[in-house]
Design a protein around this ligand. Structure first.
Ligand code: CUA
Length: 339
């Protein structure tokens, strides 16, 4: 090849690489990382992407160069020259991709192993997914579990190992800024390791289509200082989080009622299910006391379906997942909150 051809090919390569790099770097493809695991995922992403950009630039440059250089003149009807393989080139385009793909595999394997390693003493939080809410169970200060909340609060810098489970159908746990994602499957425990690095507020997003309320199945996540985490646990313990001494408001939140229902005292505004602020008329039509009507709506949601809503959407499991006492408090909370 003449020197001028090579120079031109290099120019095309640099141009193609510049355009591809601009698209890659100028667009914010990934959320800002808030965990060590996400940092590693971002590194793997860019490691792979940079290799791809390099390969793209070389291939694009050769194509553009060949299209311009070897195009036939309009009146040229002759066959092209007979060109056979080039052993050196073939070895190169086999060996170079093999090395690159191996490098990507090694980096990915290391990152995967590191991202699954929870270390010696992780904080252990149980995550339960149910249509259409998340609930979180924390270890109490004495090391025993049982403190429940509808919010995921994590101390910054401490590795947490989440144990995921689902009550009904398959859901998927994902906090974009944490990077890690895993399905929550009924009957199986799955695990996720997260080491939060940035104090702030995030959101758990369900990423497995799980029913009508799927798109509203979110839960707040707060990454806080160690002291704030201890205060949160102390507050949960004093509220009796999940231990039967919880308030009706706490049960409404941890059972996930607000993911589907609007209820003014709880400050929720979802419209997957009927609003709960004005049930007196409906109770009267049903010929029930307000309390019985509310209770029936929780334990046997398909007994009566409000106009404009469908049967079979609300889980029928609350009679078993809530204790009698929790159920009483929840009913009381709803009855007292009527406008
Ligand atoms: Cu749970 Cu989608």
């Amino acid at each position: 090849m003449r020197r001028g051809s090579i120079v031109r090919m290099v120019v095309y390569g640099v141009l193609a690489g510049t355009v591809a790099s601009l698209v890659a770097v100028a667009v914010p493809w990934l959320p800002t990382s808030a965990s060590e695991q996400m940092d590693r995922i971002v590194f793997t992403f860019w490691f792979t992407t940079v290799i791809c950009i390099g390969i793209f630039a070389i291939v694009a440059a050769i194509i553009v160069y060949c299209v311009l250089k070897f195009r036939a003149a309009p009146d040229d009807e002759r066959d092209g020259p007979p060109v056979h393989g080039h052993t050196g080139l073939e070895i190169a385009w086999t060996a170079v991709p093999a090395v690159l793909v191996t490098a990507i595999s090694i980096v990915s394997a290391i990152v995967l192993a590191q991202n699954e390693d929870a270390g010696d003493n992780p904080l252990r939080v149980n995550v339960t997914a149910a249509q259409f809410a998340w609930s979180f169970e924390y270890p109490a200060e004495n090391g025993e579990g049982g403190l429940r909340s509808g919010e995921l609060v994590l101390p910054v810098g401490r590795t947490v190992r989440l144990r995921l489970n689902a009550n009904d159908v398959i859901h998927s746990f994902w906090v974009p800024e944490f990077g890690q994602k895993s399905d929550a499957v009924p009957g199986i425990d799955t695990h996720l390791v997260i080491t939060p690095t940035r104090i702030g507020s995030y959101s758990v997003v369900c990423t497995e289509l799980c029913g009508l309320g799927h798109s509203t199945m979110r839960a707040p996540v707060a990454v806080v200082s160690e002291e704030d985490y201890d205060a949160f646990i102390a507050r949960l313990a004093s509220n009796g989080g999940g231990s039967g001494e919880e308030t009706g408001e706490g049960i409404f939140a941890s059972a996930g009622c607000g993911s589907c229902h609007s209820f003014e005292p709880a400050g929720t505004d979802s419209q997957v299910g009927p609003a709960l602020d004005d049930l007196a008329g409906a109770a009267e039509n049903a010929g029930l006391s307000l309390e019985d009507y509310v209770r029936e709506g929780i334990v046997d949601p398909d007994a009566r379906i409000a106009e404009g809503f469908q049967a079979g959407v609300m889980p029928k499991t609350y009679e078993t997942t809530l204790t009698d006492e929790q159920l009483d408090r929840l009913v009381q909370y709803l009855v007292e909150g009527q406008s």
